[in-house]
Write a protein that binds this ligand. Sequence first.
Ligand code: C2O
Ligand code: CU
Length: 489
Amino acid sequence: LSLAGCGQEAQPAQSGELLRSKAKLPAPFQVPLPIPPAKKPLRSDAKTDYYQVVQRKASVEILPGLKTGIIGYDGLLPGPTFDVHSGRTSVIEQVNQLDVPTVVHLHGGHTPAPSDGWPLDMIMPANGEHGGGHHMMGGGNMTMGKRTYTYPNAQRAATLWYHDHTMDYTAPRVYHGLFGLHIIRDAEEENLPLPKGDREIPLVIADRAFDEDGSFLYPLAKDGHGVEQKYMEGVIGDVTLVNGAPWPVHEVDAVRYRFRILNAANARRYELGFDKGPAKFVQIGSDGGLLDKPVEHTTLVIAPAERFDVIVDFSQYRPGDEVTVVNKLDGNANVLRFRIARKAADDTSIPATLSSYAVTPRPTGVVRREWRFRRGDAGDHRGWTINGKAFDPQVMQAQVKLDQYEIWTFVTDVHHPVHVHLAPFQVLSRGGKSKLSEYDHGWKDTVDIRPAEVVEVLVRFSAHRGKYLIHCHNLEHEDMAMMAGFETI
Ligand code: C2O
Ligand code: CU
């Protein structure tokens, strides 16, 4: 399948090598959709909530009747959901009880550099071997056993997520469970008549493959450098998990629901659609929070790390009806199913104006930078590159002044979901046209650059000086060095 309207030669829908499960897989739509538990603070004061998270191994039942060994925040997959209010600081002590180093990054957070999760700022395991390869000597700020991350949450309401960011090992760490949601709310959003409570549901979608005994299959390289070379295009699995359950089913009332959708897959893209009408997605928000006005989609193309905040109206279905969310990119492969349980009252609506967020017109005379995402071609570098360079924590590829608009141009060879830390951006043009794709609206922090495409974005960093990252969010590409440091000054 090629992407409609792409105007390019047909490209495979997925970049990645499919891993096939050896375990006996359940029939779809048997397992109820789990909702990740809300994380409770240990204590709170006037401006701050204090938490502790323990990164630990756990054995969990993902496939019915089998046990899967995971590494999870509080031993969960996904980890617990932080649900916080804009302007209140979260102070999170992360305890590493694993036997490998870890790093935590809040994706979408406007975070001071010491808490942003620089890939060498590792939490070393309290009791374990401290090996990790030659990159250990990169001058990271390591801590033993635990580390405290401070998130000001001084930003508008949005669906963020947190996940591992360890140098060279992000992909296997996330694959084995180190990811979770961090939701920021604010008054602007709370005052809207949107579905709330148990009609506001996170959908964290990720694919995995399972070995015969139920353990995760992941092709770790034997030389200690993350993924096996053959999987450098990305690892994709044959089981779709939503909130950690395989092809789950969820009972709904025949009313409007709000779904916060995150693609937490290492490499797989989804084009979510319904197997039968009339359901559609009314998008109200993107990575960086509410849109100015809603946008209607019959399908939703979502690349790794992107978030779409949508309303789905089930009121035209009758009790007993079922509607299945499928992935159109993979021949309508199953994702999850909704079963309409009953008619119910609905006092929600989707306002024509959602937010005071306004599109910033293209400025003139600003700094422009180009970031080229390409396969490494040099004999000494077998992975991926940005501007011809493999990630080197000693090298800052740009110095960016705070409080100034810049126009960044992303240029690619093959498909790459590009992510910038610290500040959101607005897409200005795609494929040389100022007409955006229908998925480019609002504040984004991750933008899917399709093969042979050029995308321009408008970005401005308005707080926090330090070292930050731009990288591909195909996690195998990231681990194979498609990442660059930049410095805000
Ligand atoms: Cu979601 Cu640098 O990561
Ligand atoms: Cu990539």
